[in-house]
Design a protein around this ligand. Sequence first.
Ligand SMILES: C[S@@+](CC[C@H](N)C(=O)[O-])C[C@H]1O[C@@H](n2cnc3c(N)ncnc32)[C@H](O)[C@@H]1O
Length: 288
Amino acid sequence: MSALDDLPPLRDVIRRHGLSAQKSLGQNFLLDLNLTGRIARASGPLEGATVVEVGPGPGGLTRALLALGARRVIAIERDQRCLDALAEVSDHYPGRLEVISGDALKVDVRPLVGDGEVRVVANLPYNIATLLLIGWLSTDPWPPWFSSLTLMFQKEVAERIVAAPGSKAYGRLAVLAGWRTTARIAFDVAPSAFVPPPKVTSSVVHLVPRSEPLPCALSALEKVTEAAFGQRRKMLRQSLKSLGVDTAALLKATGVEETARAEEIDVDGFVRLANTFAQLKSGAGAAA
Ligand SMILES: C[S@@+](CC[C@H](N)C(=O)[O-])C[C@H]1O[C@@H](n2cnc3c(N)ncnc32)[C@H](O)[C@@H]1O
């Protein structure tokens, strides 16, 4: 296979810029441009798209995104040591790479992305990966500003995102992801693909926003799933008591068995529970 670009090999870039990986920043770099190309392609067509990348590091995935036709990449990097290496990528693709030096948890990219198709693609720092995903899934209004999320997680987290009811991995994350998106694992990545290798296998997850998720207030869904999965071994008639509404009435109105447990309830069931909970709560407020 021909080289993705004629920039220097990533090992040289890392050596020249002294980018020894820091654990505190979740730094596990990908040096194989075939693999970064595969991740970039998993996000869907890039021609003409704007891509938001969290944590470009030395730029392996960034280079793939640009080589495969992204019109613009907006990359947010916390480690200032990476900025010179990224400037070289930017010089190679004039006007197409914008690097924001900062914390992705704090930067609001929405004003920067403009019109047109926006995809989020990242080999995420694992210490903040779930937090970032929840932030994107909690975006309001919905449909959101991005047309897909293609993200590397630890495999165990990836399995929690795509989990089906009845499985051990099914929980709050799967309900939130399943309510607002269709999510699937695109492929696994072995530890040996990273420098340094993490202890566990990783997976690339591809999420596509649903254009019309079942109507439901996010806050009510969060409260119901928190209560239900907070005591996942208990029956719902017990675990939902912490919601402070008439649990028997809530379950009856929703058509959910009192003896059911959280992991047996599918996303539609949780949406019904959340909507009925919100009604009972506002009724209780009005009666008070
Ligand atoms: C797993 S590495 C991925 C690096 C590169 N994209 C690759 O695939 O080789 C995660 C990257 O996220 C950066 N990072 C860590 N915390 C961050 C934060 N809060 N905001 C932005 N970037 C962050 C790290 O410095 C690192 O470059």
